[in-house]
Design a protein. Sequence first.
Length: 368
Amino acid sequence: MKKHNLNRIISITLAALLLSIAGIPAIAEDAQPLVQSRSAFSLSGRVVAGESVSLTAPYGGKVMDFTVREGDTAQTGQTLFEIETTKIYAPCDGIVGGIRACPGDEADYIQERYGALMYLEPDALLQIDTSTREAYDNNDNKLIHVGETVYVRSRNTKSRTGVGYVTQVSGTSFSVEITHGNLRVDEQTYIYRNENLAETSRIGAGKTARLDPVAITGEGSVLRVLVTEGSHVKRGELLAEMVTGAFPGYSAQAKTPEMKEDCIVSSIAVQPGTQVSSGDVMATLYPIASLEVAADVNELDLHRIQIGDAVLVELTALKDNGLFDGIVTAISALSNTDSGDAEYTVYVRLTADSTIREGMNATVYLTE
């Protein structure tokens, strides 16, 4: 369907006039008939939305700050809202293994069955749980501090050593994780404060044990898993994203509900900070492609118009560029009046573009 210029609504070909001036013969040309592209019969109406669609939350969570307002035009692919996710980060450096979580899984089910969503095997594979009982008899050696670096040597083979740090302290008991070295599992060791392993810096003794893999857990449903089996991660690296509640199927949707077509935002049902669940309506939209004109016709004029008729629609606000082709798509069978002559609503579909806005006044002309 085409947009017309109002100046071209009526094309007129002027007939040549016979002139008789001072004996000069008159020159005649073939006269052309007056052609009108619209009839005198017209209907008054207004641009309305032919349909409305709901933009729903793809999963549960808290609505983040947004700037969209009612009446805004939203483009295809545009993000109107973002829903906050719960992010799970690596608690230490290590190798990812035992991934059992997939997008769409409910965390409770996976954790009940496998113990965790996934596991992280720390780079520090050995640990020592010990006390200051065998520390060198020095008061300072019995005051252990969380986070301090310590040096470890095998009691049986001096060539096997390691470097670690204190992870926990409780009274005279403390724990050490070994991050570097060639110590073995179940090896008896001494622990020192000084790198030179001076006897006066000994703070304890104990047997090495394997450090258990770290269970990675969460709540809600899995939106995304961002690591693969066997990948090495650094502490603080993002492992997965979780959302509130469950969402149907195992095809995780986009993090943000996006526009599938150009629309007008009719109403917004949420505010920043609103907690939504999967399927909750966030906004109501009018697809621009569905814009049409609703005009009233008197019952005495119903015979003049039929479904499928081609019409011209003039939008008053657009002036010279406000004439559009249209097609009558429906005529209501219910009267919209309570007294006097009955009137019925005629619906006209036209090609909508960025200049057409919902609510504009319109005149519908039947074409001849």
